[in-house]
Write a protein that binds this ligand. Structure first.
Ligand code: NOJ
Ligand code: CA
Length: 704
């Protein structure tokens, strides 16, 4: 039924305006005609593309091609044997998301290339121009002279035309858990300020992971470079090309390799992931671009009844704080009795789910090969009993599969693990790949290479088969696959809340950058909502219960006011949101009401005001009511913002409950000071937001 409605709502117009063999330039424009993309072959008959926003050249002529292992590269000596320009337009409804309808509208150019030399191999290119950016991919069709092949290098260039300010993380092949650097393109990689490469084995990084987000020197346009629909291919990083003759601000794609330097082992027919560049005139518009979803295929899961956005609590923060342990070598919080207490609390306070980490055996040496079987509980935990108790109380128990990076052993045991969960009506599972896939035996795989990309996709499909939704920690960066497999709910792949408990913590700047960078890739399971902001009840010396690999060597630091913790539920999008603190910190806390009220599924999203890295004001409308919610954040600087409430539905009255920083609040000196104020408002009012240094404001607007 749902599928039928979907189909009726979609308007699809496809028209072919050009099919020809040509030597000239082929051009497409975005539907609003603002963005244009040109394609042609250069003198050596290599493919070249360039991109404009209005009259401004955003990407100057940049070449495309594939370096193959056979030495017969697919780089030059091509002719255009066919080309086709078409238009596409549809509106589709995501199962969950930041809005209830998404427009997908673009002009497409499909170019069929063939070598003029003896092998006459074919390589096709598909380009799309949307109102919010461009994308392209390589397509290798089935053919006689190219069957199985290995890509040694993707010769994809991005010749930017100005020395943009960029927000970027190192092109580490194993982890994305960094604070972003802010520098000009020409200062990459030297300007890296973060030293936290502890998880990485790849020390000689030269470029950046994606998304990398850029602001033009005159602040007249914004760019975000990323990839979409990454399935059986290596993850892409980009490295600056310092001596490029064509552009001073060039990047080249650098794919994450296998151990011998191969990048992608594949066979025809093959399609690469989309290389996508969001192009907007304001930072706000970056956040409402849905190009990444539009570059993925429509939902393939027929029965989606098991897929539900969840607000959850869990047995989690106590282990990160170090007052409890995942295994039984310390206080073991994941026991039956404690899990039931969480379920009762969830029911009482309207939470949908309870995560229990550390219920299954193996945590004492969790980094060892084959250490978890994913199904055997510790003797103080009864999975059947807890799962039944959850089901009886209409709360979802969220399962946990920490692999310690031992993905091959997880693959062997996956079916048993998912069967056990399915049998116990556990429909949501958090997976984890802490450490790296090397594990004890130092396997020759980088975390973001083709082998692992395939692993994550296989797990996703297996989960769908068992009616399980996933929250993937230490994932491959999201690339929009949740459109096709909406059981892929959320990901980490970010320096999340856990870092505040055992490292020097995440700066206020960090969460003012994330929505514009990693957030453009997909939902973030950041796990906000910590109310005890100086851990005063649990001094560091009493928190040293970590197992030997945990290595708690830093007392942590939240670097946040309390109101900011609330604002994160709106500014960081995820269909799964955790209230991460210990339950005792929520009992009888007036500000907890905001976390109880805030939804996790939205019908509308409006970015009210933003400067990347400085501040952000986001408003969203609940998908299941008429209520709106707002979150505002600032970086290390206190800030007063006056915002118009014109996002509210016109002519309607709302009661605004404003959770704001107290008068002397400060993220380091006085983080827990807050005030709650109520006000009657309509869409013609404005609101003065006074944000403390490292602070925030959260507002719920209840329709009267
Ligand atoms: C790292 C994950 O990000 C965190 O959420 C989890 O608690 C630990 N690994 C243990 O699985
Ligand atoms: Ca992590």
């Amino acid at each position: 039924m749902q599928r039928r409605i979907l189909f009726v709502l979609s308007l699809i117009f496809i028209s072919f305006s050009c099919t020809k063999k040509t030597d000239g330039t082929l051009s497409i424009k975005s539907p609003d005609k603002e963005i244009s993309l040109d394609f042609k072959l250069c003198d050596a008959r290599s493919p070249l593309y360039s991109v404009k926003l209005g009259e401004t050249e955003v990407i100057s002529k940049s070449s495309l091609g594939l370096d193959l292992k056979t030495n017969n590269d697919l780089l030059e000596n091509f002719e255009i044997v066919n080309s086709k320009i078409s238009n596409f337009k549809e509106t589709w409804k995501p199962i969950w998301g930041e809005e209830s309808e998404i427009k997908n509208e673009y002009q497409e150019l499909f170019v069929e290339l063939q070598e003029t030399t003896s092998l006459k191999r074919k390589m096709n290119l598909r380009f799309k121009a949307f109102n919010d950016g461009i994308a392209f991919r390589y397509e290798i069709p089935e053919q006689r002279n190219l069957k199985d092949f290995t890509i040694l290098d993707e010769k994809t260039f991005f010749h930017f035309t100005e020395d943009h300010t960029a927000w970027w993380i190192p092109s580490d092949y194993d982890t994305y858990e960094f604070i972003h650097n802010e520098s000009t393109i020409s200062q990459i990689p030297e300007a890296a300020t973060n030293e936290q490469h502890g998880h990485s084995r790849q020390k000689n990084w030269k470029g950046t992971n994606t998304p990398i987000t850029m602001e033009s020197p005159n602040k007249d346009y914004y760019l975000a470079l990323h990839e979409a629909n990454l399935q059986d291919y290596a993850g892409m990083t980009v490295i600056p090309v310092k001596d490029s003759p064509y552009s001073d601000y060039a990047f080249e794609a650098d794919l994450v390799p296998w151990d011998n330097g191969d990048k992608v082992r594949t066979s025809a027919p093959m399609q690469s992931p989309w290389r996508m560049l969001i192009i907007t005139k304001t930072p706000e518009e970056l956040l409402t671009s849905r190009m990444i979803l539009n570059l993925n295929e429509a939902n393939k899961i027929k029965d989606t009844s098991f897929i539900k956005p969840l607000k959850y609590i869990g047995i989690w923060w106590s282990m990160h704080l170090g007052v409890a342990t995942w295994g039984q070598n310390g206080r073991h919080d994941a026991n039956t009795e404690n899990s039931k207490k969480y379920i009762e609390f969830a029911k009482e306070h309207g939470f949908d789910g309870v995560l229990v980490e550390g219920w299954n055996k193996g945590w004492e040496e969790w980094y060892k090969d084959d250490n978890f079987d994913y199904v055997t509980p510790y003797n103080d935990f009864n999975l059947e009993e807890v799962a039944k108790f959850a089901d009886d109380n209409e709360v979802e128990l969220i399962g946990h599969c920490e692999t310690g990076g031992q993905f091959e052993s997880f693959e062997k045991r996956l079916d048993d693990a998912f069967k056990l969960y399915e049998r116990n009506k556990v429909n949501a599972v958090k997976t984890g790949y802490a450490g790296t896939p090397y594990g004890e035996n130092k396997k020759p795989y980088f975390h973001h290479g083709q082998r692992m990309v395939k692993h994550y996709n296989d797990v996703l499909k297996a989960a769908a088969k068992h009616k399980i939704t996933l929250d993937v920690h230490e994932p491959i960066k999201p690339t929009g696959l949740q459109r096709t497999y909406p059981n892929l709910m959320s990901h980490e792949g970010v320096r999340g809340m856990e870092w505040n408990s055992w490292s020097d913590g995440n700066s206020p700047f960090h969460t003012c950058v994330l929505p514009f960078t990693r957030g453009l890739a997909g939902p973030i399971d950041y796990t906000p909502g910590i109310f005890d902001l100086d851990f005063s009840e649990t001094p560091f010396k009493e928190r040293k219960l970590w197992n030997k690999i945990g290595g708690l060597d830093n007392p942590g630091g939240m670097h946040s006011t309390l109101a900011r913790q609330l604002a994160l539920y709106v500014t960081l999008y995820s269909p799964l949101q955790m209230a991460a603190d210990l339950l005792s910190n929520y009992e009888n806390h007036p500000a907890f009401k905001f976390i109880e009220d805030v939804p996790v599924d939205w019908s509308e999203t409006e970015i009210v005001d933003a400067e990347i890295g400085d501040y952000l004001v986001t408003a969203r409308k609940d998908k299941n009511s008429e209520n709106w919610f707002l979150g505002a954040l600032t970086n290390e600087e206190a800030r007063d913002l006056s915002i118009k409430l014109d996002f509210l539905d016109e002519g309607k009255a709302y009661k605004a409950t404003i959770y704001k920083d107290g008068k002397d609040a400060d993220f380091e000196k006085n983080p827990e000071l807050y005030e709650i104020i109520e006000k009657d408002v309509t869409s013609s009012d404005s609101l003065e937001l006074n944000l403390a240094a490292g602070g925030g404001v959260a507002v719920s607007f209840d329709k009267q």
